[in-house]
Design a protein around this ligand. Sequence first.
Ligand SMILES: Nc1nc2c(ncn2[C@@H]2O[C@H](COP(=O)(O)OP(=O)(O)OP(=O)(O)O)[C@@H](O)[C@H]2O)c(=O)[nH]1
Length: 446
Amino acid sequence: MSCIVLQLGQCGNQVGQHVFDTLVEDNQTHVNAAKSTITNRSSVDEYVRNSLDRFFIQYDNKLIARALAIDTELKVIEQLTNEKAQAKRHWHYEKKCVFEGRLGSGNNWACGYRNGSLAEEHILEKLRWQLEHADRVDTILPILSLAGGTGSGLGAYAVECVRDELPRSFLLTTIVVPYTSGEVVVQNYNSLLTLSHLYHSTDALLVFENDILQQYAKKLVSCSGVDRPTNIHDMNNILTRHLCSFLQPIAKKDHSFCDLNYLLEQLLPHTFYKLLTLRCVPQLSDQALDFSTYKWSSLIKTLSQMYINNSYLDEGLNWSLKPFQTRTKSLANVFLSRSYDKEDLDNELKQYFNQSDFYSSFLSPSNYYSAFQYRDKSYLNYEKYLSFVSNCQTPVASLDRIVNKSWQLFGQKAYLHHYMKYDIDEQVFLNGFVQIEQVIKSYNQL
Ligand SMILES: Nc1nc2c(ncn2[C@@H]2O[C@H](COP(=O)(O)OP(=O)(O)OP(=O)(O)O)[C@@H](O)[C@H]2O)c(=O)[nH]1
């Protein structure tokens, strides 16, 4: 089974490149592990093979990313594909799968969407090239930011085209929510329009928020003992570590690897509930990792307290909150644990996560969560790594903020003329409001 990554706009391309770097890095970590640590070499070889087949075309000893890199500006694409950048990596992009425009979309969703319609044939041609080089493509992974013009507008258009072209493939879209403030004035309009279009055309939306990524990056930089400001690279590192922990192979109880679609089916019990979040532990800087040991019980306890606090971070938690005071409810959950140790986590997970207060009342206890373990290799350079993917209420606060801020502008008809120039009229906005308000309401009723 293969996956194709659709890198859309500046953010999508920068994050997408990090994703492939991280996948390759994870596939290589066992090479340096002590021989005694790896007790099942053939399973690890199978893991690496499985990951490479999923994300790379292997040709003539080279790894070609199963990716489309699409932007309407040259800058980022050039940075990704120039010879110097390609020479540093163990993998590269196929030139035929790169599309760069010349004009950008000027942070205007409507302009991006129009650019998407102009680029449709080029995008589909590149997609078909990738399809021809895969035995079976089950999952398409678009990555984009909600706020710019290209990722959001052209991205929304491209995802609709892919949906029409591949009606049976799973579309899992990674979205990056802009900072709450300090960016472009129309970011909430762009976000609203992107969300409402993607909610139609994709099966699931995996939500990352720049405010949280920045807070997380600050925490890691400050505990690494280095005095420097955080940058976008730190944030993308965190995002992709989370994301790849979900994308890399994981085993079922019978030790066979499961497809990504199998995990997604566990997480999407109802077609209307598409919002996924990822919480991972431990949250340590690379420098701190070398000096840290931790137990599964403490990782699971921390994760449950993060959930109770409705927080993505393990810092600043209110430890006195009890499960009945949980600030979020969920509809479906998946745990993915990776390590070299053979411990079974079932009892620990039960102790902390068999809490009816965590879940929607629709759920029966047997459906609270599913757990998957891989115990023949750890993830990257972590001794143990636990990822918790959840279809829960957490992202609703961001959606609510986007809708409210958009209403404030829309009420005064502010900036609408920028959108009308590209045939996006008030009705398109009103449809977007109705749709996302319905999503918020449905999640709030869980
Ligand atoms: N996490 C993260 N956010 C990014 C990155 N690059 C841009 N952003 C965010 O993405 C939003 C802007 O979107 P971009 O992807 O830069 O813009 P674009 O989609 O290329 O659109 P145009 O510039 O209008 O052509 C802002 O919220 C930025 O904070 C990145 O590498 N990582």
